[in-house]
Structures are given as structure tokens and as C-alpha cells.
Design a protein around this ligand. Structure first.
Ligand SMILES: *[C@@H]1O[C@H](CO)[C@@H](O)[C@H](O)[C@H]1NC(C)=O
Ligand SMILES: *[C@@H]1O[C@H](CO)[C@@H](O)[C@H](O)[C@H]1NC(C)=O
Ligand SMILES: *[C@@H]1O[C@H](CO)[C@@H](O)[C@H](O)[C@H]1NC(C)=O
Length: 574
């Protein structure tokens, strides 16, 4: 560790004289960061930030649609004082300050080193945003670093067509967004020791598409040994939206929308898309290249994204050996109203509006049924949707208290949560617990309701992404999608510290209960008990067998139903 201390040279302040700087001597050259003060709840703490470090050569020109190329060593000291550009994107929810095709940067937040031999555990955050928007800048872990005394890293990866174009042949490299993540993880493994990090204690964590990404990295054999633990928050590689069907059709349709003169071959399409200068325009029109929920994201390529590996996550007792997945400590969870996020797209949104305004039980039931059909069509296609509809209505109908309109509405949230997030999470957890011998498995359900956004009264729990607000310490940068008063902050801060304790404990030891002992000990998930931690502000309890009947419906009953009615192959994704 003495090397590290020698590597941290105090640089004379020349430009930004509020900031004291530190320079680290890493395998890729010298990198200068800044000491900054971070607010953590009522307190503050100093950390060191290294922002906008390029981990790959700019993926532009001939490198567009190619695997990322490792960044060459820095010749001069690299000044890591500002965020790099976010990858080009377009979405109503979030607009980055600066965007560019040259966007493969990562950011590192470290505690101030004390000169001891301690090496800090490392958490690498993979952001969500449906594989089409988001960046490492806004979803950063600086509060986790300040609070939990470990290193956090956030990364950018290519998005939309620039990250996920797949022509179905070898004209382009595929799934480059995932390959970017892999290269960034490798960069951290190779260099983090110079920043005071422990290269043998690295945890990936992510939410939504970031969570799907974490799971993709966890089942990618080339990642073996690069990280030790994974936290997947609301999403998995086997979630239906994490696999884009018919990617070659989308490539063609993109070329058509962009007025490419020749779309008769992959070569012609790629030539045109590679020559297309205005990437902002590509991002803008990318949402018109398909219907449904899955436009641009990972797709099968026989190399990084392989059907057998994904299927293995659907089948807990399958014998497929998933490396490095089975050797990692794994924490996975969902929120109780996770799936509501799927009710706000396209045609589905129209029926959701009907539901919101429905007042009689009959109106609610009708809106529910319309919504179910509409979601099923998006996920399974029309024929399968029609086959499944009656059984789905049967399962997700409130017979217990027919006069309770709110309970009727809850049914649709359960349905969408199961289809979108929960069942794929449950089977992946099952697979992990079934197969692992040395590693640990944990499950949570986050169910705390907050009033930071306006929401319907029937939503009595947590929406998609809500747990992340707490995990990231109620970070100010996340306020692009919520607003919080001083009073609300004070009320919810204890929940944030609880979440940060569990998460950073897990990152340090693979056990959310150690080293900082929580008020409630979180029991390990096992194949037999399926323990999970139920989390709200006023009740944290260990429970068992979350949504067991609903899970059995999708994993046991539906495959049989489909087999008997259509006599054929069934996959719950495509
Ligand atoms: C690029 O495309 C965007 C979105 O269509 C447009 O607003 C912008 O003007 C274009 N830029 C140039 C230089 O043509
Ligand atoms: C694509 O985005 C534009 C701009 O927000 C929007 O007007 C349009 O409806 C979207 N198209 C689809 C198919 O979602
Ligand atoms: C917390 O949940 C447990 C069941 O898991 C229940 O028995 C208990 O009553 C709940 N406590 C509160 C305060 O709601």
C-alpha cells in the first residue's frame, strides 16, 4: 500500500483553487482528480473524484458498430476534473448536459486515503434507461463512497442503435453496449489498486436495464475472476425486455427511416449507417423502428448473448453451468409496483388512462382486461396473448373483496410486475441458490411508498427505481425525476442509511449483515425457504416464498398450457 501513498502527489493549485488535487499513478498513466465535499444526509465528507476517464478509444468512424478498443496509455497526466460526454440519446425523461458519439468514459469516487494498508472494496454501477438513455454521471455513487467508505465507479456505455445494432450476420460487431461494459469492468480490475481499491473485492450493481446488464455480465464467461459479487435491482438477462427480437428487421427499418439509398443487404445498410454523420438524429428516430417495448437492446448473437445461457436463468434446476454467475455472491430484488412502468407506453398507455379514470368495479375490471391483453400482445405476440388471456384474467382478478376498487387496480400492477421483472428475478435467484455451493444468495422486495412524485392513491408501495433513490443516498442529481422537501428528506434519510448499509456491507463481504450490523439481520435465500427481506420505512422483516403462486403460474402452469393448446415450443420471452 505504500506504493499508493507515494502515488498520491499533491499538485499545486493552478486553475480551480477551491479544489485540492490528487494524482494517481495507474497502469494507464498518471490521472489527476479533485478532493470534493459531498453531503451525506445532515453531514458532509470529503472524497476524491476522478471524472471522465476514457477507458476505450473513441468508438467513431470505422469503430462505429465495432467492439470497443482499449484506450492507449496516457502520454501526459490526464486531468479527470470534468465528466466526459454522455452517449448520444433521446428520451423525454432525461437530457444529458453534453452528448457525443465519443462517450466511453468512467468516473471513480474514492474515500480519502488514510495511509493505512486498507484496500477499499469497489462497486461498479451500470445505469438503466432501457438501453437507450442514461449515463454514469447522473447515477453516481459518490454518497455511497462517502457513507460506506468504499470506491464507486460509474460508467457510460453505447446506447440505442450505436450500442446494439445487429444485422444478424458478421457485418458489424454486436451488442457493443454490453462489450463496452465488459471493457470498463476490465479497466477497473486492472487499474483500481492504484486508486486504493481492492481488485479482488469488486461488485457490479445496476437497476432496470442496468440490472439486466449486470446479469448479462454475470453469465459472460470472459468475466470470470473480474468481479466477485453482483446486485441486480429490478431486471435480469432473462427478463423479456432484455432481449430484442428480430434485430435485423430493426436495422433495416432504421436505414429506411434515415433514407438510406440501398437497404437490400447488410453491407449496404451498415455502410449507410456508418456514414451517417448526425448521431443525434439517429437517436431521435430510433424509437420509430419497432413497436412494443423492445426496440434497441441486447439481442442473440451466438457469442455474448447466447440463448442457452439465458434459458438457464429461466430454469433453476437445469444443469447448465453458468460462469461466473454461480461463483458470485448475488443479491436480487424488485419493488412491489415495479411493473407499473410498463403501463405507460404506446397503446398500453391508452388503456392505463382508462384504468386511472375508472371508478366503478366493472369499469376497472374492463380496463384491467384491456391492459392485460395489450401487455401480453407486446410481450408474447398476438396469438400467444389470446391463448393466455383467460388464464391471466383468472389469476389476476380480485375475488377476495370485489367491492374494493383499489385492490382491483393492484391486480394489474401485480400482473405487470410479474411479467416485466418478478418472475425472471425469481427463477434467476432459484438457479443461483440451486447451483451455488460457496457463494451467497439474497433477495429483497422494496415496498416503501413515498410522495416525492405525484402518484395515484391506489399505488401503495414502491414504483420501478424507487429503491435506487435510497441506495444512492437520495442524491440531488436524481431530482430530474423526483422532488423532495426538507421534511420528507428528514423522514426518509434513515431508510437511505439502512439501504446503504446493506448494500455496502454486501459489497465488502458478500453478506449484507456485516461488517456494520443492521437492526434486522437479512436471512440468506435458499431453494427450500426462499427467504427475502421485505423493506419499508417502518417495517423491515424476513419473509418467505414471495409471490409463490404467481410464480408457479408462469413457470409451471403456463408452459404446460401452451404445450397442450398449441402443441409447440414456449419461451416466456420471444
Ligand atoms: C441533427 O439532428 C437533429 C435531430 O434531428 C437536428 O435537430 C439537428 O439540427 C441536426 N444537426 C445537423 C448539424 O444537421
Ligand atoms: C418517438 O419520439 C417522438 C418524440 O418524443 C414522439 O413524438 C414519437 O411519438 C415517438 N415515437 C414512437 C413510435 O414512440
Ligand atoms: C411487519 O411485517 C410483519 C410480517 O412480515 C408483520 O407481522 C408485522 O405486523 C408488520 N409490522 C408493522 C409495524 O406493520
Amino acid at each position: 500500500m505504500n506504493n499508493l501513498i507515494c502515488g498520491l502527489v499533491l499538485v499545486t493549485c493552478m486553475v480551480n483553487c477551491d479544489a485540492e488535487q490528487r494524482t494517481v499513478d495507474s497502469n494507464v498513466g498518471k490521472i489527476t482528480g479533485d478532493i470534493r465535499t459531498v453531503k451525506i444526509g445532515p453531514n458532509t465528507a470529503d472524497i476524491i473524484t476522478f471524472l471522465g476517464i476514457p477507458y476505450a478509444e473513441p468508438p467513431v468512424g470505422n469503430l462505429r458498430f465495432r467492439k470497443p478498443v482499449k484506450k492507449a496509455k496516457f502520454v501526459n497526466t490526464y486531468s479527470a476534473s470534468d465528466f466526459g460526454a454522455s452517449c448520444t440519446q433521446f428520451h423525454e425523461m432525461y437530457t444529458p448536459d453534453k452528448m457525443d458519439e465519443d462517450c466511453l468514459f468512467l468516473n471513480i469516487y474514492t474515500p480519502i486515503t488514510t495511509g493505512s494498508d486498507l484496500k477499499y472494496s469497489v462497486m461498479i454501477f451500470i445505469h438503466g434507461g432501457g438501453f437507450i438513455f442514461g449515463d454514469g454521471k447522473v447515477m453516481n455513487g459518490e454518497k455511497l463512497t462517502a457513507y460506506g467508505k468504499l470506491i464507486t465507479v460509474s460508467i457510460n456505455y453505447r446506447l440505442g442503435p450505436l450500442g446494439f445494432l445487429n444485422t444478424g450476420d458478421d457485418t458489424v460487431d454486436t451488442n457493443n453496449g454490453l462489450r463496452d461494459q465488459h471493457l470498463a469492468i476490465k479497466w477497473v480490475k486492472d487499474n483500481i489498486e492504484s486508486f486504493g481499491g481492492d481488485p479482488n473485492s469488486i461488485t457490479l450493481f445496476g437497476e432496470s436495464a442496468g440490472s439486466g446488464s449486470v446479469m448479462y455480465q454475470a453469465i459472460y464467461p470472459e468475466n470470470e475472476g473480474l468481479f466477485q459479487r453482483a446486485i441486480a435491482e429490478s431486471g435480469s438477462a432473462n427478463s423479456f425486455w432484455a432481449i430484442t427480437p428480430d434485430p435485423e428487421d430493426k436495422a433495416k427499418s432504421l436505414a429506411e427511416i434515415l433514407d438510406c439509398p440501398d437497404t437490400s443487404s447488410s453491407k449496404a445498410i451498415v455502410q449507410c449507417l456508418r456514414d451517417f454523420k448526425n448521431t443525434t438524429h439517429i437517436a431521435l428516430v430510433a424509437n420509430m423502428t419497432g413497436d412494443g417495448f423492445q426496440c434497441w437492446g441486447p439481442s442473440l448473437d451466438g457469442d455474448f448473448v447466447i440463448k442457452d445461457r439465458i434459458d438457464a436463468l429461466d430454469h433453476p434446476t437445469s444443469q447448465t453451468n453458468l460462469i461466473p454467475f454461480t461463483n458470485l455472491d448475488l443479491m436480487m430484488g424488485t419493488t412491489d409496483y415495479d411493473g407499473v412502468v410498463f403501463l405507460t407506453f404506446g397503446e398500453v398507455a391508452t388503456h392505463f388512462a382508462e384504468l386511472q379514470s375508472a371508478s366503478t368495479v366493472d369499469e376497472i375490471q374492463q380496463a384491467n382486461e384491456n391492459l392485460m391483453l395489450s401487455v401480453l400482445k407486446n410481450v408474447f405476440g398476438k396469438d400467444l396473448a389470446l391463448e393466455l388471456l383467460d388464464s391471466v384474467i383468472f389469476l389476476y382478478t380480485n375475488y377476495e373483496d370485489p367491492s374494493d376498487g383499489l385492490l382491483h387496480k393492484k391486480q394489474i400492477a401485480d400482473f405487470a410486475t410479474d411479467v416485466g421483472f418478478f418472475v425472471s428475478t425469481a427463477t434467476a435467484l432459484g438457479k443461483h441458490a440451486y447451483q451455488n455451493t460457496g457463494s451467497k444468495t439474497y433477495q429483497y422486495e422494496f415496498s416503501d411508498r413515498h410522495d416525492f412524485q405525484s402518484k395515484a392513491p391506489w399505488i401503495k408501495g414502491a414504483l420501478h427505481g424507487d429503491e435506487l433513490l435510497y441506495v444512492l443516498g437520495l442524491h440531488e442529481d436524481l431530482r430530474f425525476y423526483y422532488a423532495i422537501t426538507e421534511e420528507q428528506f428528514t423522514a426518509k434519510w434513515p431508510l437511505a442509511t439502512t439501504m446503504m448499509d446493506y448494500w455496502t456491507n454486501f459489497a465488502k463481504t458478500g453478506d449484507p449483515n456485516s461488517p456494520r450490523k443492521p437492526a434486522v439481520e437479512w436471512r440468506e435465500y435458499t431453494s427450500s425457504d426462499k427467504n427475502y427481506l421485505y423493506i419499508t420505512s417502518d417495517n423491515i422483516t424476513n419473509r418467505k416464498h414471495l409471490n409463490a403462486r404467481r410464480t408457479a403460474f408462469w413457470t409451471s402452469y403456463v408452459p404446460k398450457l401452451i404445450k397442450t393448446t398449441s402443441g409447440g415450443h414456449w419461451s416466456h420471452k420471444i
